[in-house]
Design a protein. Sequence first.
Length: 392
Amino acid sequence: MNGFTYYTPTKVVFGRGTESQAGALIREHGGSRALLHYGGGSAERSGLLNRVRRSLEEAGVTWVELGGVVPNPRLSLVYQGIDLCRKEGVDFILAVGGGSVIDSAKAIGYGMANEGDVWDFYEFIRKPKACLPVGSVVTIAAAGSEMSNSSVITKEEGGIKRGCNNDAGRPVFAIMNPELTMTLPPYQTACGCADILMHTMERYFNHGANMELTGGLAESLMRTVMRNSHILMEDPGNYDARAEVMWAGSLSHNGLTGCGTDGGDWATHRLEHELGGMFDVAHGAGLTALWGTWARYVYKERPERFVRFARNVLQVKPGADDEETILNGISAMEDYYRSIGMPVNLRELGVHPTDQQFRELARKCSVAANDSLGVVKKLHQADMEAIYRAAL
């Protein structure tokens, strides 16, 4: 195993009705004037925003609001939020929504706490030294941004999607009420489950030493999400299944399933970032459309890990040899994705890149990765283009 630092400063408040504690938690963490940051109209129509506003009022927290966050959150709204927070003297940001809203809140927090252009942090020109405190009321179990150090933002000019990972941006609290996810359409629920699984799989498919406990936790988490995702496709109001998936989302991306490893591969995520930047696809669906092709491209570099995945996660019976077991495991994972309505190639995703777009996707991915990405197999620009093309 490798040495590691495990840092999880986020206070989790989990259960029914917990959104009523938002104001008190902001006060607990030193806030008095908040930015209430959210996405579209569902939070308003459901009454959630009014419950949060009432909580802020009862705690004596004043606030200003900025809605309009969309999937693949936009840099232009981040700039707008920074300007608003400076003008209004905001000292805390409360994100009410899923990963896109929380990521946008983190970016605004970086912009408030550091000088210069916040996009520098996403282009890896500079590293943020601080972040305005961020808290969240989670409405979608997916990205795990409520406990992670990650934020992903899309710059509209050029369709560039980039991430910034920094512990300063970890939210100080996360309010998690599984009931808030019950009105999600099945497709969004499935996309969320796919994202949770991929956050775990990116760490699981590594190329170094592993801890038995860490690997076992990751395998259990993946089996739990897969089992409960099927329940939610049939019974979207099942509280226990919603709770299992919501908690898995946080644990999948707070570093727990990477303890003692080399950190994992992350190639599929980086490939999807360019796909999402160019075609504005749902993140979870973009991941499932690419994963099988990536796996078939790299498995020979780490066969023992793919065998373990096939047997322990997917319960695939051993084949005539390890290669057959591995390929059956990859196919079984694709069968699972299809069973919850997720695509397993670009055609099923509804994306048909041209030759020029394939080349541009690979070029942008190579630039973002500083030439190469992945640890199971080092991928260079030609490899990236080959994976994109094979995924069609």
